[in-house]
Design a protein around this ligand. Structure first.
Ligand code: CDP
Length: 221
């Protein structure tokens, strides 16, 4: 007999640990992890590669119509090329929120994400998953942490990857700016819905957070 499909929606600001936690939960529950931020990042990569200004809506909408974005087995494909590594660069993080604020971009991405969630049990993370993409998800979480902790995590991550020209102060300023654009945009701003469980990861290990989510889900299935 087929098991009932389940959906877990996670929203939260940059560096809160969403994707690391969601990936682990997906392994434990044997469901699919979908990183929606990677889709906005892939489009941002294409925009920058084409020397388009990330605030030039008209040109971005034009290039969007000639762009193919897909997620397969946790890998993100831009026009059929795997761009998993490139999309994590700091230059992408610095520009992605302008592109993600465009209505036409969101309409396309949300459609793709909803299709991905139709056939499989999923855990999906992003900024509008609990509100727009999967408003009827079985489980909803808002994962966050203090801005200092989030900046420290992101700084460490980038240092380990060998990014040059970064300082902790610059990364923290970038995160504060991105939080502000994501939370104040007109379309689908980042917010905590009343039915989402708040999970502050500032003083918790990844495993503790994974356990909280998994035990919630197991209480019911
Ligand atoms: O990993 P990190 O938290 O830094 O960001 P991400 O999840 O890769 O998302 C990158 C950016 O994409 C966010 O700052 C948002 O501007 C945008 N985004 C969005 O608008 N909606 C989503 N569902 C996911 C990401």
């Amino acid at each position: 007999m087929n098991k009932r499909l389940i959906s877990i929606a996670i929203d939260g600001p940059a560096g809160a640990g969403k994707s690391t936690i969601a990936k682990r939960v997906a392994q434990v529950l044997e469901i699919e992890y979908i990183d929606t931020g990677s889709m906005y990042r892939a489009l941002t990569l294409k925009v920058l590669r084409n020397n388009i200004d990330p605030k030039d809506e008209k040109k971005i909408i034009e290039i969007l119509s000639k762009t193919d974005i897909d997620i397969k087995n946790n890998h993100i494909y831009l026009d059929e090329v795997n761009v998993n590594e490139e999309i994590r660069e700091n230059i992408i993080s610095k520009n992605v929120s302008y592109i993600a604020a465009i209505k036409e971009v969101r309409d396309i991405m949300v459609g793709l994400q909803q299709n991905l969630a139709k056939k499989k049990s999923v855990i999906m993370d992003g900024r509008d998953i609990t509100t727009v993409v999967l408003p009827n998800a079985d489980y909803k979480f808002f994962v966050t942490a203090s801005v200092e902790v989030r900046s420290r995590r992101r700084f460490k991550e980038l240092l380990e990857k060998g990014e040059a020209n970064i300082t902790f102060e610059k990364i923290m300023a970038d995160i504060i700016k991105r939080d502000s654009i994501d939370s104040n945009r007109e379309i689908s701003p980042l917010m905590k819905t009343p039915d989402s469980l708040l999970l502050d990861t500032s003083d918790k290990s990844i495993e503790e957070c994974v356990d909280i989510i998994v035990s919630r889900v197991k209480e019911v299935i």
